[in-house]
Design a protein around this ligand. Structure first.
Ligand code: VGL
Ligand code: ZN
Length: 211
């Protein structure tokens, strides 16, 4: 596929394309591995590519195993509100936290690790779940003159969703690549609700072929 060069102010964000979110991983998202090819083909045309990694210490607050009597998908109330609990996933340095082996790392400018604090989760690439602590990504992108971000990766209804809504709030133009995202869909229907809400907030939902 021959892709035209993107404009200088367009950045690609690849969200959490890690083994634990792909089939066989501890928090596997159906079809998570199917989007790697599309991402590899679009990434080289962007002047700036950021890939995020969910990167939790063992015993992280978002793990059900850290809370006595709790199961994955239960929630607990923490200092910054309700925290959904997940199976242990993306533990720092583990194989599950590595990028999917077929993801082409060559076009990536920045790898951003998030969710690194024991007591604070981070779904969004821009702010931790207290919605106040920045990850630094906004400053990085602004410093490079990026005004339009194109988002792909996992999970449509979790980290992609919060990254997109934060980016819109920060004033970026945002496109979501529908065939290059996959979601947890727990409870069922949350992927289509997330896409609708992102559209309502002003995101464009596009196909990779339209880029
Ligand atoms: C994610 C659940 C927990 C994600 C990360 O990458 O969407 N989901 N941690
Ligand atoms: Zn996580």
């Amino acid at each position: 596929m021959l892709l035209s060069e993107r404009a200088k102010h367009e950045g690609l964000i690849i969200v959490d394309l890690q083994n634990d979110f792909c089939p066989g991983g501890s928090l596997a998202v159906e079809g998570g591995d199917e989007i790697v090819g599309a991402i590899n083909s679009i990434a080289p045309s962007f002047p700036v590519v950021v890939a995020t990694k969910d990167w939790h210490p063992a015993g992280h607050v978002s793990f059900a195993s850290s809370h006595a009597g709790k199961q994955p998908f239960d929630s607990v109330s923490v200092s910054y509100g309700e925290q959904v609990l997940w199976p242990d996933h993306c533990v720092q340095g583990s194989a599950g936290a590595e990028f999917h082996p077929e993801l082409d790392l060559r076009p990536i400018n920045l790898v951003l690790h998030k969710g690194t604090r024991l007591d604070l989760d981070s779904y969004s690439a821009f702010f931790e779940n207290d919605h106040a602590t920045p990850t630094g990504l906004d400053g990085y992108l602004r410093g490079l003159g990026i005004r339009h971000i194109v988002v792909c990766g996992i999970a449509t209804d979790v980290c992609v969703f919060f990254s997109v809504t934060d980016a819109l709030r920060l004033g970026y133009e945002v496109s979501v690549v529908q065939d290059a995202v996959r979601g947890v869909d727990q409870p069922e229907g949350s992927v289509s609700r997330a896409l609708d809400t992102m559209r309502t907030h002003g995101a464009r939902v596009v196909a990779a072929s339209e880029l």
